[in-house]
Every structure is written in C-alpha cells, then in structure tokens.
Design a protein around this ligand. Structure first.
Ligand SMILES: C[S@@+](CC[C@H](N)C(=O)[O-])C[C@H]1O[C@@H](n2cnc3c(N)ncnc32)[C@H](O)[C@@H]1O
Length: 328
C-alpha cells in the first residue's frame, strides 16, 4: 500500500516537471535542473516536442518504449542463441567480468534490472554458491580431527541457510524475456533464491533502500529516460549499495572501431535474419549502441544521479564498458 502510494506520488511529480511550461516552474519542481553548463534538458528542442531516438530514427518519447517492447518480444525466444552468435560467445566473458568486479558475498540481495532471460542473476547465484563451497573447503581444512561426515553435517545446514538468504530479483519490462528466463531456471533446477518481476527501470516497483547490489546489463540504452532509471537505481539501493552497469560503449582504437562498425552493420542484421528471421530488431540493436553516451559522458550521468566513487573499465577495447558507483 505504502509502496503504491509512493509510486503514484513519484509519477505525479515526474509528470509535472515533464510538463512544466516555464523556467521558474521547472526550477521549483526539479531543483538543480539548471546547475550544469549545458542548457536545461526540460527546455531543449527535443524535450519541447518530447522526441527521442529509436536507433537512428527520431520518434515521440511515448513510442520508444512500445517499439523497444516489440523488439524484445520478437527476439525473446532466440535471444540467448543470438547473443552467443553475435558476440562469438564473448558476452559470457563480459558478464563473468561483471561478477568478478562485483565479488558478491553470501547473503547479498541483488536487483538485476532489464534482466531479460536472467544471465546475470544465474551467474550471481552460481558465484555465491562457489563462494560458499570455497568457505566450506577452507573450514574443512581447518578442522583436522573430526570425521568427514561430521564436517559435512556441520556445514551443510549452515550453507543451506546462507544460500536461502542470498537473493536475486530479475526485473524486466518484457514478460516474454522473463518467461524464457523462468523456463531456463526450471529446466536447470536453479529456481532457489530467484524471483522474476515485471517492472520498468524508470519506475521500479520496489521500496527504497532494499538492495545491496543493482545491475543493469545491456539494458540501459533501451530506456527512454536514462537519468530517471539512474535515480531509481539510487533509490532502491541500500546506503553502501553498489550500482554496476554493463553497456556497449565507444571503441577507443580507430582500427578496431572500423572493424567493429563493419561487423556490426554488415553482419549482425544478417545474423538476425538468418537465425531469428528478424533483420529490423537487430538493426535497432546496432543503431541503439551508436546513440548511447560514451564512457566519460555516462560516468558523468551516474555521478549526476548521486552515486559516488564512479569508475569504469573498458572491456574488449571499449566495445563494452563496465561502470560502477556507490550509494553513500
Ligand atoms: C539486450 S537485453 C539484456 C538482457 C540481459 N540483461 C542480458 O544481459 O542478457 C535488454 C533488456 O532490457 C529490457 N528493457 C528495455 N527497456 C526496459 C525498461 N524500461 N525497464 C526494464 N527493462 C527494460 C528489455 O525488455 C530486454 O530484456
């Protein structure tokens, strides 16, 4: 009830500032809006007619979310296969790197936004289990005298309790993507600790200060108001919680950049057509990558949202960047 009321209030405030018609009104509703050197986003031409980009196309803001929904509805069934095909399996290494940097401990509570078919959440639970296994082996080595049976008895109950405490919530706007993830969880018997929630990154259906970790992998470039999604990430994280984002970014080496461009524009839509019978969705994916802010600009946006100690690592020469920041 309280969460729904808060959600309604937030929606009303956001609606007011998006519809503010003069500078004073906007300032009062959205303090800090004019603090930067660049013109206020509320009064830029783009905001005046509230248009945004969908790949290389300019579309009304309301239309972008619908189109993005359609893209992922279309690709859901082939999403995992296409991910492997398009990245030659390298997306797995990027996601492993995310886990390595996150280094979650048993008991941590993760919110994976735009979580799609659950890759990050599955990795998170695996990582926690391997941490527990390591802990168990270390403890077993320390206990020299008891029998192996006694050691196993001692630690199995403790581990079960801990693994139940660790939780990963996969939140995505698209039911079809979540459905595929849930099927994977059931078919691999890895449902424990996982929950699947339909929700918009811009208006998360969670109370404040709920999560230790917030991740968004290859999702934020699809969101219409990135600043709003970052504000929501900050809100739902506990103080001390960490924000981590994997996203396609700007390739730093000019030779690699040319090769990457040629591969993206000439190969990926073709792969989309051959494997999934869907050229257009994959054309959008490639174009949306080019419209996303580069590493430094995105770092600035995360800082502006209120995160501290923001830093990023380039992966594969900047094809992907891993940004991270803390809520203090
Ligand atoms: C490229 S997929 C990434 C899926 C997964 N994170 C991964 O790394 O494999 C992008 C996901 O973002 C979701 N998405 C797009 N806009 C969203 C929004 N506003 N809120 C939540 N999820 C959104 C899509 O439905 C899709 O599942």
């Amino acid at each position: 009830m309280a969460a729904s009321l808060r959600l309604l209030l937030r929606r009303a405030v956001r609606h007011s500032y998006r519809n503010a018609t003069d500078t004073a009104a906007c300032r009062s509703l959205r303090p800090g809006c004019f603090s930067g050197p660049s013109p206020c986003c509320c009064f830029s031409d783009a905001a005046a007619d509230r248009s945004t980009h969908f790949g290389f196309e300019t579309v009304p803001e309301e239309e972008k979310a619908k189109r993005v929904y359609k893209v992922f509805e279309n690709v859901a069934q082939n999403y995992d296969v296409m991910n492997d095909a398009m990245s030659l399996g390298i997306h797995r290494l990027w996601k492993d790197m995310l886990m390595h940097v996150m280094h979650p401990q048993p008991g941590a509570r993760l919110l994976d936004v735009a979580g799609g078919t659950g890759d990050i959440a599955f990795r998170f639970m695996d990582y926690i289990r391997s941490q527990q296994g390591r802990k168990r082996r270390r403890a077993a080595r320390a206990m020299q005298t008891p029998s192996w049976q006694e050691i196993a008895n001692n630690y199995s109950t403790e581990d079960e309790a801990e693994s139940h405490e660790s939780q990963a919530v996969v939140c995505d706007i698209n039911k079809e993507m979540l459905k595929v993830g849930q099927q994977k969880a059931r078919s691999t018997s890895t449902t424990a600790g996982l929950s699947w929630v339909v929700g918009d990154a811009e208006e998360l259906p969670f109370d404040d200060n709920q999560f230790d970790l917030y991740t968004i992998a290859f999702g934020i470039r699809n969101v219409t108001h990135i600043d709003q999604a970052l504000q929501e990430a900050l809100r739902v994280l506990k103080p001390g919680g960490r924000f981590l984002c994997l996203e396609f970014s700007k390739v730093t080496n000019p030779v690699l950049a040319r090769l990457y461009d040629a591969y993206s524009f000439q190969m990926i839509p073709v792969l989309g057509e051959v494997i999934a019978g869907d050229w257009k969705s994959y054309q959008y994916l490639v174009e949306s990558i080019r419209k996303f802010p580069d590493q430094e600009d995105f770092k600035g946006m995360i800082e502006e949202a209120g995160f501290y100690c923001v830093q990023y690592h380039n992966l594969t020469g900047g094809v992907v960047a891993l940004h991270s920041g803390f809520k203090l």
